[in-house]
Structure formats: structure tokens, C-alpha cells
Design a protein around this ligand. Structure first.
Ligand SMILES: Nc1ncnc2c1ncn2[C@@H]1O[C@H](COP(=O)(O)OP(=O)(O)O)[C@@H](O)[C@H]1O
Ligand SMILES: Cc1cn([C@H]2C[C@H](O)[C@@H](COP(=O)(O)O)O2)c(=O)[nH]c1=O
Ligand SMILES: [Zn+2]
Length: 213
């Protein structure tokens, strides 16, 4: 909290998948702990890649987290009431827009709020609520990975279904990592558009009725 105003602030760590967002979040949390500050970490229930109650990076580092039901507004109340000096929210791209107000309420009350998540869907469009949180945050770091095709900096998320680029009609939400996504630059990012071939149906392996769809 700021010494004079006693208000907190919002920090966003965003960018493409594999860009090091979770590693950076874990680095900031370790430093807060060394400073003796109280830390609370939240993650959405939909992302179970690293076990129920941990957040984890693609390199295997982990931190204990409270799992929050990311669908609807009600369960976010747990987060809203958190008195911790540092409140971190990982995978913010899975939350509804209710997260925007929660982050601002916590910051108004004096917490340092660290929000991490990817800011673009596999279509290269804004992945709410991240872009709106970025607009209201005090600090924003947008990280880039390495394009898996050309080796340039990568800002986009390439979704691959059985090795082929995803179609623009596919559902927004598909939890995954290397098996379904690659980091790519603007030039190497590919999205299938237009009519699907006769008889081919949209990919159905994703979560239905999500707030961001
Ligand atoms: N294309 C890539 N570009 C950069 N790092 C990559 C790539 N693919 C895998 N990695 C690994 O992923 C790590 C970042 O993991 P993580 O912090 O979980 O990323 P994020 O949370 O942004 O998805 C890097 O340090 C690196 O070891
Ligand atoms: C682009 C995109 C991503 N997702 C999912 C895939 C992963 O589970 C997370 C991002 O994880 P990371 O920590 O940033 O690597 O989001 C999705 O559901 N839809 C998308 O369009
Ligand atoms: Zn490229």
C-alpha cells in the first residue's frame, strides 16, 4: 500500500502463452514473501493443468493457490474480501468481467493486486477481461515468447487441432498447453476462415457456455 494515500494498485503481467507470465508472477510472489508481506494467490477452477490447488509455469515451478469458480459473479466474493497485502490472480483470461471490479475494489482498499493472463484469443482478438484490466491498471508488462516458426518475438497464440490451425468458428475456451498451442509472431499466425468443407463440424473438445464466448 502507498504510505500517504493508503491505496493499493494493479499490476498486469500479460502477453502470449509461453512468454513467461507465470514465471514472472512467481518471481514477484517470492520477493513479496521475502519482504514479509501476506500473499494470497487465486486461480480459476477451469484450469487444472498443474493440479487442483497450485499455479504452475511451463517449466514446472509452482505455488499454492485458492481455486475460484470462474463462472458467474457470486464466488468471486471470496476474492473480493481478501485482506492480504499482495493478491495475485493467475489465468485471468478464464474469469468473467466481474474480475475487473474485484481487482479495483481490492486495490482501492490497499492491496497490491497482480493479475496474470494472456491478452489475445487464438483468433488474435482481445481476450476479456484482460484488456479492460490492463486499461485500469497502474502497471502493465506485456511479455513476448519466441515464435515457434521463425524465432522472432511472438505475441500471438496459435491454436493447433491435430496439428492443423484452428478455425475462426472454434470455441474460445480450450484449456491446454504444448499439445494445442504454439507461440507465434503476427506473420506466422494462421487462422482458418470461411466455410468449412462439406460435412466437417466445428471442433467440439472445448468448454461450452463461457462468459468470454
Ligand atoms: N516458444 C517459447 N518461447 C519462450 N519460452 C518458451 C517457449 N516454449 C516453451 N517455453 C518455456 O516456457 C517458459 C515460460 O513458461 P510460463 O511462465 O509458464 O509462461 P506463460 O505463463 O506465459 O504461459 C519459458 O521460460 C521457456 O522455458
Ligand atoms: C489463446 C487461448 C488460450 N486459452 C487457454 C489455454 C491455456 O489453458 C490458457 C493460457 O495459459 P498460459 O498460462 O498463458 O500459457 O488459456 C483458451 O482457452 N483460449 C484461447 O483462445
Ligand atoms: Zn514467426
Amino acid at each position: 500500500m502507498h504510505a500517504i494515500t493508503r491505496s493499493g494498485w494493479i499490476e498486469v503481467i500479460s502477453g502470449s502463452m509461453f512468454s513467461g507470465k507465470t514465471e514472472e508472477l512467481l518471481r514477484r510472489l517470492r520477493r513479496s514473501e521475502i519482504a514479509g508481506q501476506s500473499v494470497a494467490v487465486y486461480k480459476p477452477a477451469v484450469d487444472d493443468r498443474y493440479g487442483e490447488t497450485t499455479i504452475g509455469s511451463h517449466t514446472g515451478r509452482q505455488w499454492e493457490a485458492t481455486v475460484v469458480d470462474n463462472e458467474g459473479d457470486g464466488p468471486l466474493d471470496i476474492l473480493d474480501d481478501d485482506p492480504a497485502e499482495v493478491v495475485a490472480i493467475d489465468e485471468a483470461n478464464f474469469f468473467s468481467e466481474a474480475l475487473i471490479e474485484v481487482c479495483n475494489t481490492l486495490a482501492d482498499r490497499g492491496s497490491r493486486v497482480i493479475v496474470s493472463g494472456t491478452d489475445q484469443t487464438f483468433r488474435g482478438e482481445p481476450f476479456e477481461p484482460l484488456p479492460r484490466i490492463m486499461a485500469t491498471a497502474e502497471y502493465v508488462d506485456k511479455l513476448q515468447a519466441i515464435c515457434s516458426v521463425c524465432g522472432e518475438p511472438a505475441s500471438r497464440n496459435q491454436r493447433l487441432i491435430e496439428g492443423e490451425p484452428a478455425h475462426t468458428d472454434d470455441p474460445t475456451i480450450l484449456v491446454g498447453a504444448e499439445e494445442s498451442y504454439e507461440a507465434r509472431c503476427r506473420d506466422c499466425h494462421v487462422l482458418l476462415t470461411g466455410d468449412r468443407p462439406e460435412g466437417e463440424r466445428p471442433f467440439e473438445g472445448a468448454e461450452a457456455d463461457h462468459a468470454n464466448d
